[in-house]
Design a protein around this ligand. Structure first.
Ligand SMILES: NC(=O)c1ccc[n+]([C@@H]2O[C@H](COP(=O)([O-])OP(=O)(O)OC[C@H]3O[C@@H](n4cnc5c(N)ncnc54)[C@H](OP(=O)(O)O)[C@@H]3O)[C@@H](O)[C@H]2O)c1
Length: 241
């Protein structure tokens, strides 16, 4: 799927990787980019339509879906990451509300448009979906759950021609990793790699040097093989072929 001429919605579009995804979509010739944000956003490019979209607000999600007739690619990028030690249930619930249920709710709301377009869903998850960093365990739990959601949606929506991509992003230089002194990719690099991989039809995307180092072993590993075998149980023969 090439990005030129496509209509794309990015959640969490005002900063970090979301902002870079909007810029990259425009530079690749997207026809319309819906920029979902919690605070109002002004964008100099006329192809950008700002949209009030707190992914924990059922009312805002419903209103946003009502304004969009056509959608080729939904990028669930909005995310929350807080340091914790799993001692406070409320912190876990906050992560699940944004990273799992936000992704779920936005996806469900835009599914009719995506199915009509035979489009794609791109969930910006985290390498921590595969292995937690115990400095942010609640975040890792929410990303692991969102990854599992992504895998099931991939199998369930294949028959409708909707592709579902998981982005297993590694450390990226945004507000989320401020003060964390480790090698990080730039958000622009990550955004380019995500669109390249969507273009190439890669279902699991490893968009930075840290995540790319595990891509081969993930794709050839037992867990991926099991995902394929399980998915075949719910896919019609044409999609599973
Ligand atoms: N940076 C990394 O190293 C890294 C690594 C792996 C995965 N990721 C994932 O990449 C995605 C983007 O992260 P980032 O690094 O760009 O972080 P960021 O700079 O902290 O940006 C987070 C974005 O999510 C938005 N957001 C948070 N809660 C929201 C809500 N309830 N509704 C709508 N938008 C909400 C924020 O909006 P406000 O400005 O309104 O807060 C902001 O636009 C996240 O899903 C994150 O988990 C990041």
């Amino acid at each position: 799927m090439t990005i030129a001429g496509k209509t794309i919605l990015v959640t969490g579009a005002n900063r970090g990787i979301g902002q870079a995804l909007v810029a990259e979509a425009l530079s690749r010739g997207a026809e319309r980019v819906y920029a979902g944000t919690r605070r109002s956003l002004a964008h100099p490019d006329a192809r950008v339509t700002p949209m009030a979209l707190d992914v924990t607000s059922a009312a805002q999600i419903q209103a946003a879906a009502g304004h969009v007739d056509t959608l080729d690619i939904l990028i669930n990028n909005a995310g929350l990451a807080l340091y914790d030690d799993l001692s406070d249930r409320e912190v876990l619930e906050r992560h699940l509300a944004v990273n799992l249920f936000g992704t779920y709710a936005v996806t469900q709301a835009f599914l009719p448009q995506l199915a009509r377009a035979k489009g794609a869903i791109v969930n910006n998850l985290s390498l921590m979906a595969l292995a937690p960093l115990p400095l942010t365990p609640a975040y890792a739990v929410s990303k692991a759950a969102a990854f599992n959601l992504t895998q099931s949606l991939r199998a369930l929506l294949a028959g409708q021609g909707v592709r579902v991509h998981a982005v297993l992003t590694g450390p990226t230089d945004t507000d989320m990793t401020k003060g964390f002194e480790i090698p990080k990719a730039s958000p622009e690099y990550v955004a380019r790699a995500i669109f390249d991989a969507v273009d190439n039809g890669e279902e699991d995307i490893f968009p930075d040097p840290a995540s790319a180092s595990v891509a081969g072993s993930w794709r050839n590993g037992a867990a991926k093989e099991l995902e394929r075998q399980n998915a075949a149980l719910v896919q019609p023969p044409s999609a599973a072929a």
